[in-house]
Design a protein around this ligand. Structure first.
Ligand code: ATP
Ligand code: MG
Length: 252
């Protein structure tokens, strides 16, 4: 029996949107949980409700039925225990990199020591960007700054919605490795929404496949090797990618 403490419990979650006066169910009966220091990837065809699910967990959107519990407390509004990273960075163009990195922590009055700041910047390879402005950065550098800002909020749960989608393949793999380094060092749990099969298999110790036909979870794959840096070179990595590809081909 699994007795590890649950950080997140999602029970019987249902959500519909009203379009043209008719409610359209996005998903219903979504059930899963996530332990401390654990990672989950969420994949599925466009429109199956991945972003909707993340926004409900973040407390930014209300479900129609079911509940989300974080450390046993029902989520009905954004929590300081959760941080969200989106595809398009959300940096303030008029602030320097240094100011962007500490902005969230400053607002939440979290005291960041110089050592903690240095460690995060080093894990992300952004030690020398402090004086620059977002417009002077590449997409990969901007997303590193956004990640630094999010983890300095010291979340228990980091939510990422297609965080590396706009980034070239090699830079993307480096960013995934950077994210893993932070995940191991800082001990948060994370949920990554992605369209990328390799990314899901590299980052998610469990992978949830959402489905447009069933309007819910089609499959949940256990992937316990995820989270080790050299998993990408392991034959099981390729087998798992193949397995996920087959499931996704049938999920549209
Ligand atoms: N605010 C809204 N009002 C009405 N319908 C919405 C709203 N937000 C999302 N939807 C609808 O809900 C469904 C799920 O949307 P969602 O953005 O969660 O999908 P997704 O899986 O993230 O898709 P993608 O992979 O393209 O990002 C879609 O049919 C979308 O049109
Ligand atoms: Mg989406």
């Amino acid at each position: 029996m699994d007795t590890s403490p649950k950080l997140l419990v999602v029970r019987n979650l249902t959500k519909a949107f009203v379009n043209d006066h008719a409610p359209k169910t996005v998903f219903s009966g979504i059930d899963f949980d996530l332990a401390e220091r654990d990672s989950l990837a969420v994949v599925g065809p466009s429109g199956c409700g991945k972003t909707t699910l993340l926004l409900i967990i973040a407390g930014l959107l209300r479900a129609d039925a079911g509940e989300v519990l974080l450390h046993g407390n029902r989520i009905v509004r954004p929590s300081s225990e959760t941080a969200l990273v989106l595809q398009h960075y959300g940096l303030f163009p008029w602030k320097t990199v240094a100011a962007n990195i500490t902005l969230g922590a400053d607002i939440q009055q979290i005291n960041i020591s110089d050592t903690e700041l240095m460690n995060v910047k080093r894990d992300l390879g952004i030690e020398s960007l402090d004086a620059l402005y977002p417009a002077q950065l590449s997409g990969g550098q901007r997303q590193r700054v956004a990640l630094a800002r999010a983890v300095l909020l010291r979340p228990s749960l980091l939510l990422l919605d297609e965080p590396f989608a706009a980034i070239d393949a090699i830079t993307r793999e480096r960013l995934q490795a950077n994210l893993l380094a932070l995940f191991r060092r800082r001990g948060f749990s994370m949920i990554t929404v992605t369209h990328n099969i390799e990314e899901a298999v590299f980052l998610g110790r469990r992978i949830i496949v959402l489905d447009n036909k069933q309007k819910g979870i089609k499959t949940m794959i256990d992937n316990p090797q995820a989270g080790s840096t050299d998993f990408r070179n392991n034959p099981e990595f390729f087998e798992r990618c193949l397995e996920l590809r087959k499931i996704l081909e049938d999920a549209g």
